[in-house]
Design a binder for this molecule. Structure first.
Ligand SMILES: Cc1cc2nc3c(=O)[nH]c(=O)nc-3n(C[C@H](O)[C@H](O)[C@H](O)COP(=O)(O)O)c2cc1C
Length: 268
């Protein structure tokens, strides 16, 4: 096992938390999170930095704001990346692994791609060239009252597209069944449950023999980050269940009616 419980349990536990109690996160957990983040793989070789920031360690004039969306919240992961496609994919992929680590520690998280005060958060990290703070993830123990905005935003927990709507069987030219998915059923199901910006779920996948091609069905600001998150759920599940393979980006592959080709899981 990668975490202290099976990956499918960790993924099921994760949901967006927009209200945090004042309970402190221990120095031990913060330290182990920091160590975990340092070791996260970067298969897309993106330009990404992840910072762990504690509010009480910041100068008093920095006001980390989340536009009324989040109540409480003293701890943040701050995701900085370059602007190329691979940078945004990698940002999603790597930060979601950190989110799953925090979830396994019993902590709540929420991805924020829009509702945070970028200029204040940018004061807390170092940024080079084309890099930008693209994502902020408050974390801590869930508790206390929700804000009204948080309540309105927080009802997508189990709303996801159906398996047959997003996964396809290349040989049969039809939606992928659980039987035909074979060992990939669980990793694909974990991908299906991934979080995405405004719950858009801009992903599809096609199975051919022992390969899975991933496509992006929509291109908004956050879609590449969403793809990275979804592929991260897939890859971490394969890793835990000893399903051989690795992520590749094949030059010859083209976009099709499903969307833009992003990457392939292959064991060739
Ligand atoms: C890349 C990304 C950006 C997001 N940005 C915001 C945001 O700015 N504000 C917010 O309240 N929620 C944001 N979310 C949270 C999503 O709304 C949430 O993950 C989705 O609705 C699914 O709900 P769940 O996380 O409870 O499963 C974001 C999620 C992702 C993956």
């Amino acid at each position: 096992m990668i975490f202290s419980r099976p990956i499918e349990e960790v993924i099921k536990m994760r949901h967006s938390v927009r209200n945090y109690s004042d309970e402190k996160v221990s120095a031990e957990i913060l330290e182990s999170t920091f160590e975990y983040i340092k070791e996260i793989d970067n298969p897309f070789q993106g330009d990404v930095s992840i910072y762990l920031v504690t509010k009480e360690d910041l100068p008093g004039d920095i006001k980390l704001g989340t536009y009324g969306m989040i109540r409480g919240g003293n701890y943040f992961l701050i995701g900085v990346s370059g602007e190329e496609n691979k940078d945004k994919l990698a940002l999603g992929y790597m930060l979601e692994k950190a989110v799953l680590f925090l979830t396994d520690q019993g902590l709540g998280t929420v991805w924020l791609g829009g509702t945070f005060n970028r200029s204040e958060f940018e004061k807390t990290v170092s940024i080079l060239g084309h890099q930008k703070v693209r994502i902020v993830i408050p974390f801590g123990y869930e508790g206390g009252k929700k804000s009204i905005l948080g309540m309105l935003a927080g009802s997508n927990r189990t709303k996801r597209k159906n398996f047959e709507e997003i996964f396809f069987d290349q040989e049969k030219g039809k939606p992928l069944s659980e039987e035909a998915a074979k060992e990939f059923f669980l990793p694909l199901e974990m991908m299906r449950q991934a979080p995405s910006g405004v719950n858009k779920q801009p992903w599809a996948a096609v199975k051919k023999d022992e390969e899975i091609d991933f496509y992006m069905t929509d291109r908004t600001n956050l879609s590449l980050i969403d793809m990275g998150i979804a592929i991260s759920h897939f890859a971490i599940s394969c890793e835990e269940k000893n399903i051989p393979g690795r992520l590749e980006q094949k030059n010859k592959k083209e976009s099709n009616s499903l969307g833009e080709y992003i990457a392939t899981w292959s064991n060739k």
